[in-house]
Design a protein around this ligand. Structure first.
Ligand code: SAM
Ligand code: DTB
Ligand code: SF4
Length: 328
């Protein structure tokens, strides 16, 4: 039975366990609920880069910060499909298209994105989009075009949110997730550690995610990529044990969810990553680029999978999309 009424005390009791015990428990839950050696390989394409009006303090794509990112208009459909084919050849079963937008607007660019979704879906990949805020009709249009998942991160706790983003609210984020769910899409939502948040904020974020009903099918846990020019460029590096704690706790709270070891792998050793897989991470972003920052390439990850005895998870595994009528 999945639990959706976790209290702060419940989560603290898990999060604060001695690390070895926490990893062991998370690994046990993972083996009970999932094929533990299977790891989903997901790739990212930045279909529209930079020039974003929002003020997310971590983000190199916000127009107001002076970073290495050059703004680029929406990519052409053909170029996206070619890149998707390469990702598939590299072993990816999922493709996430990201746009540096505050929100989706009903215009020609959105029609183009719908066409991208259609064509990538035809490659038999799980198609995901992350395009900012969305209303119900837009979510429905994406679903009709064949979208499988929508990514919209809560990013941090409700309390800490205002320290990181002022141009929209936590409630806006939750409303978008509600629209996504109503359109019968699967939800990908997680957050970032290393923003200067406290242990309480991390627990608060996990509480929000694990009390969504149903749980998000996918929860990315990003470690801050500290990009020069952003307000958070000088944040201290996140110790790996903090990431492992987050992953293990997410795994115990949401046993069947795909927990993604997301941004931040460039700074992790193979043994650091192995600990994350042991603690229940079962997805990565692969390919030498995240959206605008570097990531290990396919070859490196293939080697890592071989060494650790991991296998890529097939597309559309365990598809159990809830009917909108069954949602409260
Ligand atoms: N503009 C859309 C939005 O904000 O929803 C979609 C793209 S946005 C880049 C997607 C997510 O990437 C953010 O919610 C954040 O969690 C993550 N992200 C952005 N910059 C990051 C960084 N420097 N380090 C780690 N994660 C980051
Ligand atoms: C998510 O949680 N992480 C990805 C994806 N969803 C869109 C993005 C990470 C971005 C890292 C910084 C960059 O490359 O721009
Ligand atoms: Fe814009 Fe998304 Fe970056 Fe925020 S995270 S600045 S909304 S691209």
């Amino acid at each position: 039975m999945m639990k959706h009424n976790w209290t702060v005390e419940d989560i603290e009791a898990i999060y604060d366990k001695p690390l070895m015990e926490l990893i062991y428990e998370a690994a046990t839950v993972h083996r009970q609920h999932n094929a533990y050696a299977e790891v989903q390989i997901s790739s990212l394409i930045s279909i529209k880069t930079g020039g974003c009006p929002e003020d997310c303090a971590y983000c190199p794509q916000a127009a107001r910060y002076n970073t290495h990112v050059k703004a680029h208009k929406l990519m052409e459909v053909e170029e996206v499909v070619e890149t998707a084919k390469k990702a598939k050849a590299g072993g990816s079963s999922r493709l996430c298209m990201g746009a540096a937008w505050r929100e989706v607007r009903d215009n020609r660019d959105f029609d183009k994105v719908l066409e991208m979704v259609k064509q990538v879906n035809a490659l038999d990949m799980e198609v995901c989009c992350t395009l900012g805020m969305l209303n119900y009709e837009q979510a429905q249009k994406l679903a009709d075009a064949g979208l499988y998942a929508y990514n919209h991160n809560v990013d941090t706790s409700e309390d800490y949110y205002d320290e990181i983003i002022t141009t929209r609210t936590y409630q806006d984020r939750l409303k978008t997730l509600e629209n996504v769910r109503k359109a019968n899409l699967t939800i990908c939502s997680g957050g970032i550690i290393g923003l200067g948040e406290s242990r309480k904020d991390r627990i608060g974020m996990l509480k929000v995610l694990s009390n969504l009903q149903p749980h998000p099918e996918s929860v990315p846990i990003n470690t801050l990529v500290r990009v020069p020019g952003t307000p958070l460029e000088d944040q201290p590096k996140v110790p790996v044990q903090d990431l492992v704690r987050m992953i293990a706790t997410a795994r115990i709270l949401m046993p069947k969810t795909v927990v993604r070891l997301s941004a931040g792998r460039m700074e992790m050793s193979l043994s650091d990553q192995a600990l994350c897989f042991m603690a229940g991470a079962n997805s990565i972003f692969a390919g030498d680029q995240l959206l605008t920052t570097p990531n290990p390439d396919f070859q490196e990850d293939k080697q890592m999978f071989d060494i650790l005895g991991l296998q890529p998870r097939k597309a559309f595994k365990d598809v159990e999309k809830p009917e909108p009528s069954k949602l409260s």
